[in-house]
Design a protein around this ligand. Sequence first.
Ligand code: F6R
Length: 611
Amino acid sequence: MCGIIGYIGKRDAFPIVIKGLERMEYRGYDSAGVAILDGSLHVFKKKGKVADLYNFAKDSAPHGSIGIGHTRWATHGIPNDVNAHPHLSESGKIAIIHNGIIENYAVLKDALLHAGHTFKSETDTEVLVHLIETIKEKDTLSLFAAVQQALTQVVGAYGIVVMDETDPDTLVCARKGSPLVLGIGNEEFFIASDASPIVEYTKKVVYLENDQIAELKRNGEYKIETISGTPHTPFVEELTMEAEAIGKEGYDHYMQKEIFEQATTIHDALRGHILPDLSVHLRGVEEMIASFNGARRLIITACGTSWIAGLVGEYFIENLARIPVEVEYASEFRYRNPVLDERDIVIAISQSGETADTLAALELAKARGAKTYGIVNAVGSSIARMTDAGSYMHVGPEIGVASTKAFTGATIVLALLALLLAKDRSTLDDSAYEQLVTSLEKIDAQIADVLATEKQIIEIAERIKDKDNALFLGRGILFPVALEGALKLKEISYIHAEGYPAGEMKHGPIALVEADFPVVVVATNKELLEKVISNVQEVKARGALTIGIVREGDTEAKKIFDYTIEAPNSEELWMPILSVIPLQLLAYHVAVLRGLDVDKPRNLAKSVTVE
Ligand code: F6R
């Protein structure tokens, strides 16, 4: 949700800032802007994508070696050139970029308006930079001290970078809520919302903590303090990410690349976790195994696709380890005063590790004394750092806005968690356990077979690309897969799609079905299959166009549907992993056929750091 980048050093800042914005464009893409300091401030802002900004600024951008840039996902004020960041102070000498929301901006703005300030944009951010300048001038403070003081008056969330024409050797940045990573080079600094724009320049990073502010000097010196002024000794970490992992590698879209790399990412997610004696090793769980065993229940909290992965996890854990599990939307959980105490474990699932709602749910869990566990992809992210223990998905950077490999990555971690707990609690007999573990180990190899169905999937995509609505059905552990198929289709193709438990369909949604209405059915179960088939008959009888994801070799199921895609056979519990991939591909191809920007669907952003 908004990507921000700053550079100070000896290189030309403009290309570094633009490239950084391109890397972070998945965080927001309704407008973008840069400010380069070269004697005076040069600001370029444009509604649209980073490419539009680049074309607008490339011929006139100066060669200054200090600069900031922003790619926006609008919160306050419509996406246009004026509301794009950077924003300037009253004198035009201080520039700011901001990711987050200043909740008390209206009060601050009123006071500044009374003092004679004029504002150009409708944003909360512009208010903050005016406040910084007022404080700086009133008490003749350094930029660092003025930002620090201004932030004591701010309620809300922020990741900011500030640059001052009168102090061309300094960048100041601060965070509360919204993430910031500081890259430490040789007498140069990079500051960004995530490590992707930094990794090609330096692997030495400091993750700024909440309520911290940093001053970065052109001579390579830097300091970090809390907003209230306590000095902080930075912890410099080594990035493990490689710059190559962030390219498209010949694919047309990141989403396509990320769907196709799932054989590898699932392999990576499993790697090292199943030992030769078939025991499952997850360090984070082992660290708090006593808590898991003594837990009254597990509460999985997450948003969007990660929440859907949580529903699959509920089946795994309840079936195998016999611990009660609840799955909660993070954005709802925190506002309904849940019954929660130290007997509960709250498991947060998040690709980005920065989702504001999930972070807030974890804060609530901690405040109530519950233990917390994170299943996170982005290494070093806020959720990874704030949970008591956790496991990384290890699926590499996910850049396509629609989550794909993180869904299967999270599902693998949940499967491992369930198996480990089942073994430890003796809730599964040895042969069932061995069968489940050995088939899970094979799943990465089976992905290639699923991906080989792409040609048939394109044919189906052609058939449904002009539809306005679709229904996705599944039963049992495949119901979440139906939800995920519908979410993928609607978010990137803008076709309205609903995921529904197949058995519930007759209680309402069946009213929607008419001739040629697309109904996609995840029918890869063995248990409940007959019932699912009856549900298919019900929609067929009303003229629906039926598309089935079926088990390889299931000739009976194949006869019923208008179109089928086969998924390789595995254990019933692992079928969601193999069944979701055709639905990811279906959504992808429908969106491509509709001529849409798959990696940057309208109104969405990859990392949702506002509530
Ligand atoms: C859907 C999608 C979103 C995210 C959700 C949570 O394709 O990407 O629904 O799953 O915003 O994000 P994370 O997992 O980063 O917490």
